[in-house]
Design a protein around this ligand. Structure first.
Ligand code: NAD
Length: 472
């Protein structure tokens, strides 16, 4: 096993590579790179069997150049301070890349969530929130968590409830956390947002004829062979949208228990149903069980989507990766050395800070909804519908064209919340892709898309610091 840099060192190495291609003063670059605040705390948990356990937890706020800071909370046995700082830094760069006006943060609790009962997880989450509140590390204008590995809307609802009990006079209290269930102030489309963003980002990358030609691929997602690692929230939704909306073919899937391959395509819903029924992906009808998880990553395919955890691809297995495009749906799934290796081999690595930014983008919409106290579309849906019907009627009167009921229903439809969320997400992913691609192209062939996206982030954050008057 090759020893590589720590996760945070890798993020900083990527930062330094990009920073060297900018002309910002060293002090400003150092400020952008630094983690502003990080806390590590412990608290006791009474397990269901009466044992007492000390739980370790962290929250890092990487950059407060914009407030609130924003970032998920993960529950994993591997959580440590370095990881939380790295993920918080990635959040800062991610928000800048997709023009979401937040600083970056990340939290983690060092537990294997599946070893705890629901009641224990609730006690951990509520106590974690209590500690964050006590230390001023949570609040709609301060720091706003979201889900990450092994957390979901359920934990977010516990966080919101705890925060609001502790801050009953905060009228914007619901905005203290995002990805809440819709009935608890959440927004439609948030659950699937990261996976949908991966789809929009990949679809956009695949439309650029010149880039596809350089990879030896035809333009468009249709028919592209995809392998997904980790069929959790991000991986499942990415696989679903890539196949159902994009026409891609899922030829392989990798999970905890192993990997499967099916060159003629895996139906994502059928695979999930099989896994729910049998407890494993293995033995999926028509598919071949591979000898190891690693073999799944190394399958012959056009697009590899690592959507589990960091360091899935290191310098050890990078030479065996056959995909032409690697979309970093997880955070940090390709180590720094592996990323260089893939770049030298001509593989297009679409960086995490861009491709998985759909979650934070829709979290931003949810936070705005919570501050506005009104659902998107509520004010204009009926008005837009009525105006569109008037326009159609005017067209009918002045031409021979008579619209069918189905056409009228389709054209004269006022936007609902989900329409606006998905459209805002699509626009964000498309716009950001071309921003970073332009830098990538302008800097010549010597840099990869990760470096280009980091340059985009650094330039935007530098503008913020300058506008704050902190730097000349
Ligand atoms: P999740 O817990 O819903 O899913 C993770 C999946 O990966 C699980 O199904 C798990 O069984 C699987 N897995 C774990 N180890 C594996 C291994 N070694 N091989 C194969 N599969 C493995 O988590 P998630 O929310 O989907 O997050 C996944 C990644 O995406 C994380 O890196 C997270 O930071 C990143 N991310 C998540 C979001 C979000 O909105 N949830 C947003 C941006 C980035």
């Amino acid at each position: 096993m090759t020893t590589e840099l720590s996760f945070f060192e890798q993020v900083n190495k990527n930062f330094d590579r990009a920073a060297a291609l900018t002309d910002h003063p060293p002090g400003l670059l150092e400020q952008i790179k630094s983690v502003n605040s990080v806390i590590h705390f412990t608290f006791p948990l009474k397990r269901d069997d009466g044992r007492l356990q000390v739980v370790h937890a962290w929250r890092a706020e990487h950059s407060q150049h914009k407030l609130p800071t924003k970032g998920g909370i993960r529950y994993a046995a591997s959580v440590n301070e370095d990881e939380v700082m790295a993920l918080a830094a990635l959040m800062t760069y991610k928000c800048a890349i997709v023009n979401v006006p937040f600083g970056g943060a990340k939290g983690g609790v060092r537990i294997s969530a599946h070893e705890y009962s629901v009641g224990e997880l609730e006690r951990i989450t509520r106590r974690f929130t209590f500690e964050l509140n006590k230390k001023n590390f949570i609040g709609p204008g301060l720091d706003v968590p979201a889900p990450d590995f092994a957390t979901s809307g359920r934990e977010m609802a516990w966080i919101a409830d705890t925060y609001m009990s502790l801050n009953p006079h905060d009228i914007d209290g619901l905005g203290c956390v995002t990805a809440k269930p819709v009935g608890q102030g959440g927004i439609r489309g948030r659950v699937e947002a990261t996976g949908r963003g991966v789809f929009f980002g990949l679809r956009e990358a695949c439309t650029v004829v010149e880039d596809m030609r350089a990879l030896g691929l035809s333009p468009g997602l249709e028919g592209k062979r995809v392998v997904v690692q980790g069929l959790g929230n991000v991986g499942y939704h990415a696989a679903k949208f890539l196949t159902e909306d994009g026409g891609a073919i899922l030829v392989g899937a990798v999970e905890y228990e192993g990997a499967i391959s099916k060159p003629d395509g895996i139906d994502v819903e059928e695979l999930m149903a099989h896994r729910r029924a049998t407890g494993t992906m293995l033995g999926f009808p028509g598919a071949v069980d591979l000898p190891s998880r690693e073999a799944g990553l190394e399958l012959d395919c056009d697009i590899l989507v690592p959507a589990a955890l960091e360091n899935a691809i290191t310098i050890d297995n990078a030479p065996r990766i056959k995909a032409k495009i690697v979309a970093e749906a997880a955070n940090g799934p390709v180590s720094s050395d592996a990323s260089n290796h893939l770049f030298e081999r001509g593989v297009l690595v679409i960086p995490d800070a861009y491709i998985n930014a759909g979650g934070v983008t829709v979290s931003y919409f949810e936070w705005l909804k919570n501050l506005q106290h009104v659902r998107f579309g509520r004010m204009q849906k009926r008005f837009v519908e009525a105006s569109s019907r008037k326009i159609l009627a005017a067209i009918e009167r002045s031409t021979d064209r008579i619209f069918s009921d189905a056409e009228i229903a389709d054209i004269a439809r006022g936007p609902s919340e989900i329409d606006l969320v998905n459209s805002g997400l699509e626009e964000t992913m498309i716009e950001a892709y071309h921003e970073i691609r332009e830098i990538w192209r302008a800097k010549g062939s010597g840099i990869d898309l990760r470096t280009a996206s980091m340059i985009a982030a650094i330039d935007k954050i530098a503008v913020s610091y300058r506008e704050l008057g902190v730097f000349p």
